[in-house]
Structure formats: structure tokens, C-alpha cells
Design a protein around this ligand. Structure first.
Ligand code: ADP
Length: 330
């Protein structure tokens, strides 16, 4: 049970796979029923660091918890590492480690004891346990025998990551891994996640913290109101945002937008710079600069800004027309 990856004859294309996955909380047809997943099709490629993004209530936790065996699906198919979570549930569960959002641990045990107990729970034989190696990897070697109640919030979170890895699963899911974690610890956790990924673990993380997804993930799905609204490599997703911003820094701060630029989507920045947003291919930067010069102002500096993940996310979840439909060749 401890090593699903080596037991498999051939490696699956997808770490997690959902087809027509539906979840209705409550009784269907009753006034309180809530359709949290509306027939989700989503394939998470083996070997990726995959970000599952969406606003609160989008259905991210429901999706993850179905694979973790904590929520029962209403309809559809779900596979972990190629294994059906219903008909091959034991092996499917062994292929996944889930780091939950809430820190909920027995505070009277030590980190070492907690990991040993978890390994026992998964039936990992003594000879295959890596308790000290895991403690070391999450920077808790020196807290090996401390009581969990003495650990800081960040340390507890790292212990949760180690706990999810005791059975060496090929897929690690982190649910909002750095919510409430300070910047230094966040970077430490990201480094560890990258290291696990480099060693072959497929990483899936849910986050509404877009900087985290932009920094870590190579593939991204955006889920909104129980439906997947985008799923593609990060770079491609960013390219879908069909606009750019030209920022002109004048020698002397402007007090108003120059008249010649009134037909453009221009705004003044607090530092006196002028930002002009345009669709790629639809406006001439040379013309913008010419009109700016014609107003009598001198240019100190010029730069362009590309959209970031936050722009794409907002566009996709709030129906902003700036975002382009996906290209077909993914
Ligand atoms: P997210 O993780 O993206 O914030 P969730 O999966 O937690 O979203 O929730 C999706 C929707 O399902 C929300 O509308 C939420 O209120 C509802 N929901 C989640 N869990 C339950 C539950 N146990 N009972 C009823 N409704 C639920």
C-alpha cells in the first residue's frame, strides 16, 4: 500500500481526473439543495504543479474533498492516479495526500509521534517509514520531540504537509496552503513544494491568493460557481488577456490627461505618470507617444505593463469582455 507509483505498470497521464463530476449538498429538489459542482470535467496532468483557483464558494474544497474521500460525489467519475475513487477506493486513497486548510491536530503528541501514528494508519511498514527525513524536510527536525501545542502556526502547517506525505503519495493536494502564513514561511513552504515537485510529486493547490499561483503553478484551472471556466498552462492563460498598458513618466508631473489622448483609455497615476491601456494590435504606441509629445510634455521614462493572473482571474470570474476565449490547441 505504501508505494502506488512503483506498483503501477505504466504511469497514468493524469494525477487527478474528473468527468461529469457533480455534487449536490442537501436533498435534490428541496429548497436547501446546493449544487456545488455542476458536472466538472477536469484533468490534472501527472507531473504538474496545478493551481485550482476560484472565488470563495466556487467549489474548490468540494472538488478536493471528493478525491480525499471526505465528500461523497453525487454523480460522475473521479480517478486518482488512474484509480476510480469508488470502485478502487483503497488504492485511490493511497495515491493522494491532502493537506487540509484547518490546523486540527492532537496537541498532546509530538511531531514524531504524529507522523508515526499516521504512517501506522496508512499501513506503511517500519522499514519504509521516513519520519525523520520528513521532519527534516519541513524544517522541524529540532522540534521532533516537542509538544505540538508548543509549535507556532507556521510550524503546525508544515507538520500537516509532512503528515500528508507519510505514505509517499504521488499526488499531494494543498488546500489554501499559505492562508495566514507570514511571508518568510510562505517562501519556505513554496521551496519545499518545489522540491517535492522536482522529486516527482504532482502538486495540486487551491488558492485564492493569486500571487501564489502565479509564482508556483505551471497549469491553472479557474472554477466559478461549480464550473470550470478555464484550464490551461499559466503562460497561455496570461496571453488570453488581450491588453497591455503603456506607462509614460513625464519629466514634470501631469495635472490632467493631455487633450490629444482623450480618445484613449488613459488615466493619471498618483506619481504623476500617465497610464494608457490598449488592446494589442488595435492601437499604435508610436501614435500615443506622438500625441503626448504634441501636448508639450517631455518624457522621462516609458514602460509597458502586461496583465497578471489577477487581471485574468477577475475577467473570467466577473465576465469582463477583455479576456479572449481559449485557443484550441492546448
Ligand atoms: P470553495 O472551496 O471554492 O470556497 P466550497 O467547495 O467550500 O467552495 O463550497 C461550494 C458551495 O457549496 C458553496 O456554496 C458552499 O456554501 C456549499 N457547501 C460547501 N459545503 C457544504 C455543506 N457541507 N453543506 C451544504 N453546502 C455546502
Amino acid at each position: 500500500m505504501s508505494s502506488v507509483s512503483s506498483a503501477s505498470k505504466s504511469l497514468p497521464d493524469y494525477a487527478l481526473e474528473a468527468r461529469g463530476l457533480r455534487k449536490i449538498y442537501g436533498t435534490a429538489g428541496s429548497g436547501t439543495a446546493k449544487e456545488a459542482l455542476k458536472g466538472v470535467d477536469l484533468q490534472i496532468p501527472r507531473g504538474s504543479i496545478f493551481g485550482l483557483l476560484g472565488p470563495n464558494g466556487a467549489g474548490k474544497s468540494t472538488f478536493i474533498n471528493i478525491f480525499a474521500g471526505l465528500v461523497k460525489k453525487t454523480e460522475g467519475e473521479a480517478r486518482t492516479w488512474g484509480l476510480d475513487i469508488t470502485t478502487q477506493s483503497r488504492r485511490a486513497r493511497a495515491a493522494i495526500g491532502v493537506v487540509p486548510q484547518e490546523i486540527n491536530m492532537d496537541v498532546f503528541f509530538t511531531p514524531y509521534e504524529i507522523l508515526e501514528l499516521m504512517a501506522g494508519f496508512y499501513g506503511v511498514p517500519q522499514a519504509e517509514r521516513r519520519t525523520d527525513e520528513l521532519l527534516d524536510a519541513v524544517g522541524l527536525a529540532d522540534k521532533r520531540n516537542a509538544y505540538v501545542r508548543q509549535l507556532s502556526g507556521g510550524m503546525k502547517r508544515r507538520l500537516l504537509v509532512a503528515k500528508a506525505m507519510v505514505h509517499n503519495p504521488p499526488v499531494l493536494v494543498l488546500d489554501e496552503p499559505t492562508a495566514g502564513v507570514d511571508i518568510e514561511l510562505r517562501r519556505q513552504l513554496w521551496d519545499y513544494v518545489r522540491e517535492l515537485h522536482a522529486r516527482g510529486t504532482t502538486i495540486v493547490l487551491t488558492t485564492h491568493y493569486l500571487e501564489e499561483a502565479q509564482e508556483l503553478c505551471d497549469q491553472i484551472a479557474i472554477i466559478n460557481q461549480g464550473e470550470v471556466v478555464a484550464c490551461e498552462p499559466k503562460e497561455k492563460l496570461l496571453q488570453r488577456m488581450d491588453r497591455k498598458t503603456l506607462v509614460i513618466q513625464p519629466v514634470e508631473a501631469l495635472s490632467a490627461i493631455p487633450e490629444g489622448l482623450s480618445g484613449f483609455d488613459a488615466s493619471l497615476r498618483e506619481d504623476g505618470g500617465l497610464a494608457i491601456t490598449y488592446r494589442k494590435g488595435e492601437a499604435s504606441v508610436a501614435e500615443m507617444i506622438e500625441r503626448f509629445r504634441a501636448s508639450g510634455s517631455r518624457i522621462d521614462d516609458l514602460r509597458t505593463e502586461e496583465p497578471n493572473l489577477e487581471d485574468v482571474f477577475l475577467a473570467l470570474t466577473y465576465n469582463n469582455p477583455d479576456v479572449q476565449p481559449p485557443t484550441q490547441d492546448r
